[in-house]
Design a protein around this ligand. Structure first.
Ligand SMILES: Nc1ncnc2c1ncn2[C@@H]1O[C@H](COP(=O)(O)OP(=O)(O)O)[C@@H](O)[C@H]1O
Ligand SMILES: O=C(O)C1=C[C@@H](OP(=O)(O)O)[C@@H](O)[C@H](O)C1
Ligand SMILES: [Mg+2]
Length: 199
């Protein structure tokens, strides 16, 4: 994990003095299962903090000119995962950005490397009943469509649970509005890493 918010010596690079990592990587990355509220909380953080909001699914849709269900049905999940990793890499260098990812981003080690370079990764967690209610009929989410049955979706959630724990921070997203969850995220980040995110 990168050491955000700490002094970094530049002496080895032939430059006198130190700078703070915060000037290099003030972003926030949201991960969590479908329905956790990553997109909604990302938008709320944009409003509260004036950060730019980027939803990775929307980046993929823009690159492909197709919706997420169309990409899944025309090209399959593996192609979607490749597009997802490429879309994530394409964001390298973004600043003052809150990035909402898709629930399956956590399946590839290379995505974790990229996300950890962007900034602190925050896991929005909720229990199954809350996620199930928010997913609803699964519209727009090919891996959670109602006709596929809930057992498969729940098995996917259980399989992914340990992967989400690679995040730097965990925030309960099951109570309160997206704005309240966003405030909880910002509060935890403040406790966690001091001042960098206030910029
Ligand atoms: N804190 C919350 N409280 C109640 N409903 C929420 C909350 N966060 C998200 N939702 C609702 O749950 C659904 C999924 O939210 P979304 O932001 O798309 O989740 P994700 O991007 O994690 O899949 C949406 O209908 C949204 O309005
Ligand atoms: O969990 C997943 O594998 C997916 C989650 C979706 O995003 P949300 O988590 O925002 O619904 C979207 O990326 C795609 O349908 C696949
Ligand atoms: Mg989303």
């Amino acid at each position: 994990m990168a050491n955000f918010g700490r002094q970094v010596s530049l002496r080895k690079k032939g430059v006198a003095g130190t700078i703070r990592m915060e000037t290099m990587t003030p972003n926030i990355v949201l991960v969590g299962f479908m329905g956790a509220g990553k997109t909604s909380v990302g938008k709320a953080i944009e409003q509260l903090k004036g950060y730019r909001f980027v939803d990775l699914d929307q980046v993929i849709v823009q690159i492909c000119g197709r919706s997420i269900p169309e990409i899944f049905s025309l090209r399959g999940e593996e192609a979607f995962r490749q597009l997802e990793s490429a879309a994530l890499r394409s964001l390298q260098g973004v600043r003052r950005t809150v990035l909402s990812t898709g629930g399956g981003i956590v399946g590839r080690a290379e995505n974790w490397e990229t996300m950890h370079r962007f900034g602190p990764v925050v896991y929005l967690e909720a229990d199954w009943a809350v996620l199930q209610e928010r997913i609803g009929q699964g519209e727009g989410r090919p891996l959670a469509s109602a006709e596929g049955g809930w057992e498969k979706v729940m098995a996917l959630w259980e399989k992914r649970l340990p992967l989400y724990l690679q995040a730097d921070l965990r925030v309960d997203c099951s109570q309160g509005s997206p704005e309240q969850v966003a405030l909880a995220v910002l509060g935890k980040l403040n406790e966690w890493s001091g001042t960098w995110w206030k910029k």
